[in-house]
Write a protein that binds this ligand. Structure first.
Ligand SMILES: [Zn+2]
Length: 492
């Protein structure tokens, strides 16, 4: 089988699914989902029809992932200050960005949650779904609501859903076992599906469990505080027969281990042996990590059930956080096969460009905790081996080199081979995600190579990320060239 035949056969396989809109027959080539994430501000700034026209022409986009709910800057708003504005859209920074629901929340769906369903005040008279959906449908484009677990701390009622950390303090992130959290996400899911004839849903949570948080095992800000020890989580532990007091003591021991190393006190037996000793003395630490993950997965399962009760043929999928590319600990918890029980598709994040600086940050983080016995360079080599990467840059070059298209190819292959059932893999491919001043920037050449690699890896679709309002047009055009060379698309 040559490459083209392989791509066409994987595209045909993608068509043989439950979704009426991803149909394919021998006579009629499949419509491979070619998606892009786009927020309200782009339509408001540039004009809806103009944006849709551009997306179709530049990159053969046939599926819009509308950022319908977030308080974050990752998928909402324009480029944050400090990053160059792209060559389209309003040439002004939106420092007063707020976020919320960019459609219209209907209060009847939020009766069983304390969390206020706030309409984003950024565009008070604008409903992104109501505006975009009819125009997109007219052009043969599908519309997916894209919502994520990113709140502002001051959302009314959010404090009634906060996690409780190992020290008994409330922390400003929602506990997935708290009914206010579950009912908020169920309400939003129902609201989108019943209020608008959208074509599907995507949800994302860029959070991880207490053990990974304690280790700082991500590209984020380093070791964090472990949770959750709220009454809902204590009750769940009790049902599972997990000794919460021993878990708490284990996390306190982890805390001391990390604080000690931060203060320059290397344990007598070294970092790793001491860590392992805490685990074998307090296996409840691992049990708590699993408990946390099950809390999140229960919410995914409930959202999936709710979505399919209302709209059995509309796909629901999940955004899989970039930490999956760096940390074997988080990766172990993202079992694609297990996901297939409650996923129609997975957007596995494979951001090649910012992946360089982010990988470097992950390595520095775990090098201060779990791998403190190694040098940063050894930690890099170990990480590449465990994550099954080869040919990536050494640590000193990583922030300016980025990750390669080969990383995208390997990650796509791994996902396609690992997932089960009819679940489709629609990798998230990066265009112009902000990086530091001296760090690697996206170029047309690397976008082109990464998009080609996505389809060479057997992807069933693609989602250009994170948001149109930060993408440069020459980079988007390069993605389009690679898309047209790789799959037969039909955007209208
Ligand atoms: Zn909790």
């Amino acid at each position: 089988m040559n490459r083209r035949e392989f791509i066409e056969s994987s595209a045909a396989a993608a068509g043989a699914t439950m979704f009426g809109w991803v149909e394919s027959t021998q006579a009629q080539p499949s419509t491979v989902p070619v998606g892009i994430q786009v927020g309200a501000v782009s339509f408001v700034d540039e004009g809806t029809d103009k944006v849709l026209e551009a997306l179709g022409e530049l990159a053969s986009i046939n599926t819009l992932f509308l950022a319908t709910f977030t308080y974050g800057r990752g998928i909402g708003g324009r480029q944050p200050r400090g990053n160059p504005l792209p060559d389209h859209g309003k040439q002004e920074y939106d420092d007063d960005y707020h976020g919320g629901n960019f459609a219209t929340p209907h209060p009847r769906y939020y009766k069983n949650t304390s969390i206020a369903p706030q309409k984003a005040p950024d565009h008070p008279d604008y409903d992104v779904i109501a505006d975009v959906l009819p125009r997109a449908h007219k052009r043969g484009m599908k519309v997916i609501c894209w919502y994520e677990d990113v709140f502002r701390k001051d959302v009314p009622g959010l404090d009634k859903a906060f996690e409780v950390d190992v020290h008994g303090r409330a922390v400003a992130r929602v506990c997935y076992r708290n009914p206010n959290t579950l009912n908020f996400w169920l309400g939003l899911t129902e609201d989108y599906l019943r209020s608008y004839p959208v074509d599907g849903l995507m949800f994302g949570s860029e959070r991880q469990g207490p053990l990974n948080n304690a280790l700082g095992a991500s590209h984020g800000g380093g070791p964090g505080t472990a949770g959750c020890f709220c009454t809902h989580c204590l009750a769940a532990a009790n049902r599972e027969g997990i000794n919460a007091e021993r878990a708490r003591r284990g996390y306190l021991a982890l805390d001391q281990w990390i604080e000690g190393m931060k203060g320059g006190r290397r344990p007598v037996d070294g970092a790793f042996v001491t860590f392992w000793r805490i685990l074998v003395e307090h296996p409840e630490v691992l049990a708590w990590e699993r408990l946390w993950n099950e809390g999140l997965r229960d919410v995914y399962r409930a959202m999936y059930r709710k979505a399919h009760e209302i709209a059995p043929r509309k796909p629901m999928g999940w955004h899989i956080w970039h930490t999956n590319s760096f940390a074997p600990f988080y990766r172990a918890e993202q079992d694609y096969r297990a996901f297939s029980d409650y996923s129609d598709y997975l957007k596995v994040v494979m951001y090649h460009n910012c992946g360089g600086p982010r990988m470097a940050r992950y390595i520095r983080n775990v090098n201060s905790t779990l791998f403190a016995d190694l040098t940063p360079e050894q930690t890099t080599e170990l990480t590449y081996r465990i994550q099954q990467y080869s040919g990536e840059a050494t640590l000193d070059k990583l922030p300016t080199a980025g990750l390669t298209a080969d990383y995208v190819r390997r990650e796509t292959r791994r996902a396609v081979a690992g997932v089960g059932g009819n679940t489709r893999i629609w990798p998230g491919i990066e265009i112009d995600i902000p990086t530091g001043e001296k760090e690697k920037k996206t170029t047309p050449e690397d976008v082109y190579a990464s998009v080609k690699a996505t389809f060479e890896g057997g992807a069933h679709g693609i989602i250009l990320s994170r948001k149109y309002s930060e993408m440069r047009l020459d980079n988007l055009r390069a993605a389009g060239r690679a898309i047209r060379e790789s799959v037969k698309t039909a955007s209208r």
